[in-house]
Write a protein that binds this ligand. Structure first.
Ligand code: ADP
Ligand code: ZN
Ligand code: MG
Length: 491
């Protein structure tokens, strides 16, 4: 690191400045076909340029057709965000020249988006806050451009995939809030089933706008847009970096220039990509090849009625129905697959607090270690319920349960079947344990002497020996009872 002396204003930047952050998220929709043609919208696994037709290749003279499902998904998203759905909406041409855009324009929405306003509730450090939404509109994704050593490669499979742009108001006040907002938004989209929300694969992409202002000031400062983050953590890190960079600039009497900057993950910095002087004039105009959309109130009501239980509502129900703490409820409802898993375990093993503890300790740890989601794992609700039942029945000890669950988590095996197959059942019978207890006492005279001298830890040592001799299968409570009985009898 550098050897410069600390700056005069060494108090954290956040003591003097307040961050103002607004996020723009592009989320691909999980429709079967593309936005304006019948091509498959599944672009990831397919060989390049196989899911294409004259429409998504941008050939002249072809006519786009609106994907009804994509409109439906966007309206559902708006409803979940408490947005207003207008009676009339339309598509517009956004003109810009770029090789990944075969038509030379993108069909998007300008002044009449499908959803306006609304809010998302976030919670940071136990404090709940509403973040205002600006709009949600529908557009088409561009082709995928890959820069190779001898030129650039284009894959049009992604061209025309339905894309929602979800824009927040500049209501976020810290990088941590920005992260919480993104996690909540992703959770809502996944619960609705409208987007996979996968940031690493690029189906959920975030551009972050950030400016600083002196605490107490009500005016906004000049904002910078940051791109290229592909995880929640990166968004938070990029914003923390920008906060510090802009604060330093302002402290030195400089000013922030309005520009787009790119996050460089491995260096942990942002670099200037283009300044506002080079901003495009998109020359928006109504898309002449598509009719305007009239959205009947009956359709909106029908979609509203079809909305699933959303994450906030599920969190509140977990508190009411299962008596979970607010913290546990938030942890277990943030991801709908995790929440489903939890409820299925509880349906079979109705002790919610125990299930919540196991989920947050063992299950989350194993998922984290392997870097996978619960759907990608081999874990099943039955597997966890069975494990907890085996402990309750006294068949296995708590530590054996953890080992066994970890093994089943990896292989998908049934814990009860494994216990049977390997004869792992805990030994609780006094008849079977008594000789082992006697053996442990005979082999450890020092510990026996310590026990008689009143040393409290001696009994635990002897119990450990019994566990060792039975390869962990002795019931610890029974072992202790027998140890005390035999030791006291010998006195
Ligand atoms: P632009 O015209 O540059 O695209 P918009 O007004 O459309 O800017 O806003 C784009 C995003 O930037 C929105 O998410 C908005 O909340 C956010 N934003 C706008 N002004 C600021 C600001 N001064 N500081 C931080 N974010 C801002
Ligand atoms: Zn096509
Ligand atoms: Mg804008």
């Amino acid at each position: 690191m550098t050897t410069t002396t600390p700056r005069a204003e060494s108090a954290p930047a956040t003591a003097r400045y307040e961050a103002v952050i607004g996020l723009e998220v592009h989320a691909q929709l999980l429709t079967r076909s593309k936005m304006f043609c019948g091509c498959s919208a599944e672009y990831a696994g397919a060989p390049p340029n196989t899911h294409v037709c004259p429409i998504c290749l941008g050939m002249p003279g072809v006519l786009p057709v609106i994907n009804r499902r994509a409109v439906e998904y966007t309206i559902m998203t708006g409803l979940a965000l408490h947005a207003t759905i207008p009676e009339a909406s339309k598509f517009d041409r956004k003109n810009y020249p770029y090789p990944d855009l075969p038509k030379g324009y993108q069909i998007s929405q300008y002044d009449l988006p499908l959803c306006s306003g609304g809010y998302i509730e976030i919670e940071v450090d136990g404090e709940r806050r509403r973040v205002g939404m600006n709009r949600v509109h529908l557009e088409e994704d561009t082709a995928r451009l890959t820069h190779a050593p001898h030129g650039s490669l284009l894959d049009f499979n992604r061209s025309g995939v339905p894309l929602m742009e979800i824009v927040s108001e500049p209501d976020l006040r810290s990088p941590a809030e920005a992260r919480a907002y993104l996690q909540k938004l992703r959770s809502i989209l996944r619960t609705l089933g409208v987007s996979s929300g996968n940031m690493e694969e690029g189906s959920f992409r975030c551009d972050a706008n950030i400016s600083l202002r002196l605490r107490g000031s009500t005016e906004f400062g000049t904002k910078v847009e940051v791109k290229n983050m592909n995880s929640f953590r990166s968004v938070q890190r990029a914003l923390e970096y920008e906060l510090a960079r802009q604060a330093r600039l302002l402290d030195e009497g400089g000013r922030v220039v309005q520009e787009t900057r790119g996050w460089v993950e491995d260096k942990g910095i942002t670099v200037s990509q283009r300044s506002k002087e080079y901003a495009h004039d998109y020359r928006y105009f109504p898309e002449p090849d598509l009719p305007p959309l009239f959205i009947s109130r009956a359709w909106v009501a029908e979609l509203q009625a079809r909305l699933p239980e959303l994450p906030d509502a599920r969190r509140d129900r977990f508190i009411r129905q299962y008596g979970l703490s607010a913290y546990d409820a938030a942890q277990l409802s943030a991801d709908s697959a995790v929440a489903d898993f939890f409820e299925r375990v509880v349906a079979r093993y109705p002790t919610p607090k125990a299930v919540a503890n196991w989920m947050q300790s063992e299950v989350f740890r194993l998922l984290n270690d392997r870097g996978i989601s619960i759907e990608e794992s081999k874990a099943t609700p039955e597997m966890l319920a069975e494990t907890l039942e085996l402990v309750d029945q006294g068949t296995i000890s708590g530590s054996m349960a953890r080992q066994l669950f970890e093994e089943c988590f990896g292989s998908g095996a049934s814990p009860a079947a494994l216990v049977k197959e390997r004869g792992l059942a805990q030994v609780s019978g006094e008849g079977a344990l008594a000789p082992v207890v006697a053996q442990a006492i005979a082999a450890n005279p020092q510990a026996v002497a310590d026990y008689r001298a009143g040393k409290a830890t001696a009994i635990n040592f002897l119990k450990g020996q019994v566990m060792k001799l039975t390869r962990g299968q002795a019931n610890p409570a029974v072992a202790e009872k027998l140890l005390r009985a035999q030791l006291d009898a010998q006195e």
